[in-house]
Design a protein around this ligand. Structure first.
Ligand code: UT7
Length: 307
């Protein structure tokens, strides 16, 4: 058994914060932020529930299915609205879904972890699963710390998947974790994100490339056969460096970070949906999702696109 993607959607807060806005309160510049990260603006506001509901509703609408026919939801997030209950409970209620729902925290790899989990669960009972990545990183960002404040944003993205009797669209995947590096990116309860940016950068390129190679080898696919790379949107230089090392043309990367910043679990679905809406995908195209983040986690997944 496998999975088929039925619908997709996103949600972003209305409020835009540009690099020029940040220049007013931080010792930074638009030039530095664009050159070092690729980010020009980010969206700030709403709750994680609001963004998950907005993205989920759009994905269900695109799929054209009854919300009650969705019998499981997985919400990837590092920024739940409450400690208890899980944010997925309120999202499940507002979307009027059936079955169960749970939150999953694998940091910025969360969406890939959730998709792989959904794919596996589809062969055990549920027929349709809503997979969401939604974050309000602005709530755990120290807006006086220029090392992190220029990087993060809020947003949500979602897809609806359904079980099919054949291999389906998820061809291969690789999930991993190096807990030795868990201290280089963290936020305590009630605290802010603290990050050793250079160390994260170095490791991010390495784990993304190694994981992508394992996934491509599993599927017996050559890097040049990949039509679209959908990487975690943390830094344009990480993405370019990974592309070069993998042998995937830089132009094949889906990019939204210039207008969203780094939205952790939401960044891969935001970039994927943007690429779909720009008409960058045709049936049969191979799409490689690649996440990395705190933990340090990583996850790559190869999909054969079928609209
Ligand atoms: O989603 C989770 C994964 N997170 C990531 O993938 C983030 C990975 N890391 C990065 O993206 C990059 O390391 C950053 C964008 C965070 C930083 O870029 P960098 O090229 O690694 O800069 P750096 O940390 O080496 O800092 C260079 C200089 C420093 O000054 P000195 O020590 O050379 O005098 C920083 O203090 O830039 C300074 N700096 C800034 N200057 C202006 C740091 N932040 C800023 C800023 N504006 N916002």
């Amino acid at each position: 058994m496998g999975m088929r993607i039925l619908g997709w959607g996103t949600a972003l807060p209305d409020k835009v914060v540009t690099n020029a806005d940040l220049e007013k309160t931080l010792e930074t510049s638009d030039e530095w932020i664009v050159e070092r990260s690729g980010i020009r603006e980010r969206r700030i506001g709403d709750s994680t529930t609001d963004l998950a509901v907005g993205a989920g509703r759009a994905a269900i609408g695109k799929a054209g299915v009854d919300p009650a026919s969705i019998d499981l939801m997985i919400l990837a997030t590092t920024t739940p609205d409450q400690q208890v209950p899980a944010t997925s409970a309120q999202v499940h209620h507002e979307l009027q879904l059936s079955g169960g729902a749970f939150d999953l925290n694998a940091a910025c790899s969360g969406f890939v972890y959730a998709l792989v989990t959904a794919n596996a669960l589809l062969s055990t009972g549920p027929k349709r699963i809503l997979v969401v990545g939604a974050e309000t990183l602005s709530r755990i960002t120290d807006w006086t710390d220029r090392n992190t404040a220029v990087l993060f944003g809020d947003g949500g993205g979602a897809i609806v998947v359904e079980s099919v009797p054949d291999e389906g669209q998820l061809l291969a995947w690789d999930l991993g974790l190096d807990a030795e590096a868990r201290h280089i990116l963290q936020a305590d309860h009630g605290g802010y994100i603290k990050m050793d940016g250079r160390e994260v950068f170095k490791r991010a390129v390495r784990v993304m490339v190694d994981s992508a190679k394992r996934t491509l080898e599993q599927a017996k696919v050559r890097p040049e056969e990949v039509k679209l790379l959908v990487p975690h949107q943390a830094n344009i230089r990480i993405i370019q460096s990974a592309c070069d090392r993998l042998g995937i043309d830089r132009e094949k990367a889906a990019l939204v970070m210039h207008r969203t910043g780094n939205t952790s679990s939401a960044s891969i679905p935001l970039a994927l949906v943007d690429a779909i809406e720009q008409g960058r995908l045709e049936d049969g195209d191979l799409v490689l999702l690649a996440g990395f983040g705190a933990g340090m986690t990583w996850g790559t997944a190869l999909i054969r696109w079928q609209a």
